[in-house]
Design a protein around this ligand. Structure first.
Ligand code: GLN
Length: 565
């Protein structure tokens, strides 16, 4: 345990370019400290003016990660939850928008008693109090890891950097640590790695009063010790504290990479924390399985943002987790729903082992999704529909099995004869878009004997939601009569949360987002069973191909003999 009663703070900044993986680095350091027996809280400080990313387009921001308490947060919170295996709450993501919102509300109330309200001290005090709140409320963590969004040099992240500079002053050198993530690019024409961008980035940090204690150098492959020494010299960081994070085949390997360079030991030494070695056996076992699959399956994801993988981050990670027990590698095939509409599903789906339709908003691409669901339903290919994906499955079933012509969702057309998907009652009259959907964790009661019940192994589960529309109860009877199973409902039976088809290898649609709760150490049961169903489908596909080959060769045998003679 920590040898001091004070919470220690690690501040993670990024330089040179964005998208270096500060979130994964922060989560990895957190995991290593947690596995040494320390309690850790991660916080992400986002410099944008939106109150939360809920109103942002996925093209701008990637996935919105929803927590149990319903807060809509940055996708890095997903990494924190997955690596540390714990659920976070709204305190763990702070944006400039939230800070200003609080300050302006206070100012309008007159709380500042005539003072001029300024970035320093009012904004910085508010930022510092949000970071410290994590060390105050509830059980005091040993370590708080605060990741500053954006790249050093951005105008908008300055108040955050100024706040962490002040925090070092106030909390003390031995209780704070600055970790800077930087890029060491390889210039192929020169055949060399270049340290200049790192030097510049550290210079920029120093100008605002921050001297990093540790550098994490991102690079395409490992760099030499002499280069680390050079970086050390120019950046005034001891060579031991210049760690290298080369591109890895799986993000779950990063903690092991950092541990092999003693990053967690350096942190503990800095804070004078006397704790034992981390227990990484389970984690190493997972990485081992991810890197050495025994089989491969092909799963198609049909959505709107197929060129922007960050929009589906948690789904991709959930497949990685689910692939571990199946000892499989899941090859994800990204199919644009609009292309399916254009060229038909056969071309894209004839050789896949499963289809997943993720959540989404807006009508674009919906008809392609519906067509692809019809295809996999009729061809016995495993199907998993999430949120909008489940709603599309209900529309498809209503149209093609129940013969309800023109069945559709009220989200897309208002004057529908058959709105099989309708607005939830408590969404009527909602006009503001920010934070007003059905958000966060809700209980769901499963129907005994269903596939879903079998997967979870319990009768009541809790899952996270983010939607405004639901299966229209007026159509529940007709759908049930045609054998669509209502496999999960809200405890008051007013909302259908899960639908299933029994007469199919695996066909499940869920109104919630299971991908938000999957973890490498605890894959989500539905993703796990879906991948297993895909493994079985791929085996059946192989066997059928073998049989066809045998039949073919039997048929061609006489010709073959003739050719040989
Ligand atoms: N657009 C749908 C709704 O609001 C589905 C939302 C989602 O897929 N997250 O109900």
């Amino acid at each position: 345990m920590a040898d001091s009663n004070r919470t220690k703070y690690i501040f993670v900044t990024g330089g040179v370019v964005s998208a270096l993986g500060k979130g994964i680095a922060s989560a990895s350091i957190g995991l290593l400290l947690q596995r040494r027996g320390l309690t850790v809280q991660n916080i992400k400080l986002d410099p944008y003016l939106n109150v939360d990313p809920g109103t942002m387009n996925p093209f701008q921001h990637g996935e919105v990660f929803v927590l149990d308490d319903g807060s809509e947060t940055d996708l890095d919170l997903g990494h924190y939850e997955r690596f540390l295996g714990k659920s976070l709450d709204k305190r763990n993501n702070v944006t400039t928008g939230q800070i200003y919102n609080t300050i302006i509300t206070r100012e309008r109330r007159g709380d500042y008693l005539g003072a001029t309200v300024q970035v320093i001290p009012h904004v910085t005090e508010e930022i510092k109090s949000r970071v410290r709140a994590l060390a105050k409320n509830g059980k005091r963590p040993d370590v708080v890891i605060a990741e500053i969004g954006g790249t050093v040099g951005d105008i908008e992240s300055l108040p955050f950097l100024e706040s962490i500079r002040q925090l070092r002053l106030e909390e003390g050198l031995e209780n704070t640590m600055f970790v800077h993530l930087t890029l060491v690019p390889y210039i192929s024409t020169a055949g060399e790695f270049k340290t200049k961008p790192t030097q510049h980035s550290v210079k920029e940090l120093r100008e605002i009063g921050i001297q990093p204690d540790m550098l994490l150098c991102r690079c395409s492959k490992p760099i030499s010790d002499s280069l680390r020494q050079k970086i050390s010299l120019f950046c005034s960081v001891p060579t031991r504290n210049v760690a290298v994070a080369p591109d890895a085949s799986t993000i779950y390997e990063i903690p092991l990479q950092l541990h092999s360079q003693q990053v967690d030991q350096i942190v503990c030494d800095h804070f004078r924390l006397d704790v034992g070695d981390p227990d990484l056996d389970q984690w190493e076992g997972i990485v081992e399985k991810i890197k050495n699959p025994r089989r491969r399956v092909k799963i198609a994801i049909c959505g709107k943002y197929v060129n922007l993988k960050d929009a589906y981050k948690s789904i991709i990670e959930s497949f990685t987790h689910a692939a571990v027990p199946a000892e499989a590698a899941v090859d994800l095939i990204w199919v644009s729903s609009e292309e399916i509409k254009h060229s038909g599903p056969e071309r894209f789906l004839h050789d896949v082992d499963g289809l997943l339709i993720p959540g989404g908003f807006g009508e674009r691409g919906v008809e392609g999704k519906i067509e692809s669901i019809k295809y996999v339903r009729e061809h016995n290919i495993p199907f998993f529909g999430i949120c909008l994906g489940m709603q599309c499955a209900v529309i498809e079933y209503a149209r093609n099995v129940c013969n309800i012509e023109n069945a559709h969702s009220y989200e897309f057309y208002r004057d529908l004869k058959h709105p099989v998907i309708h607005l939830m009652a408590d969404q009527e009259g909602v006009t503001e878009l920010g934070g007003t959907m059905r958000l966060g964790a809700y209980p769901c009661v499963l129907t005994e004997g269903t596939r879903t019940h079998e997967a979870y192994g319990e009768i009541e589960v809790s899952e996270r939601h983010r939607h405004r529309y639901e299966l229209n109860n007026a159509y529940r009877d007709v759908l049930t009569r045609h054998k669509l199973i209502m496999a999960g409902v809200s405890p008051d039976d007013r909302l259908v949360e899960i639908v299933e088809i029994a007469d199919h290898p695996w066909f499940v649609g869920v109104q919630f987002h299971p991908e938000l709760k999957s973890r490498p150490t605890d894959p989500h049961p539905l993703f796990r069973d879906f991948v297993q169903a895909a493994v079985e489908h791929s085996r059946r596909r192989r066997e059928a191909a073998e049989r066809e080959k045998t039949v073919d060769s039997e048929l061609t045998e006489p010709t073959g003999k003739l050719q040989r003679s």
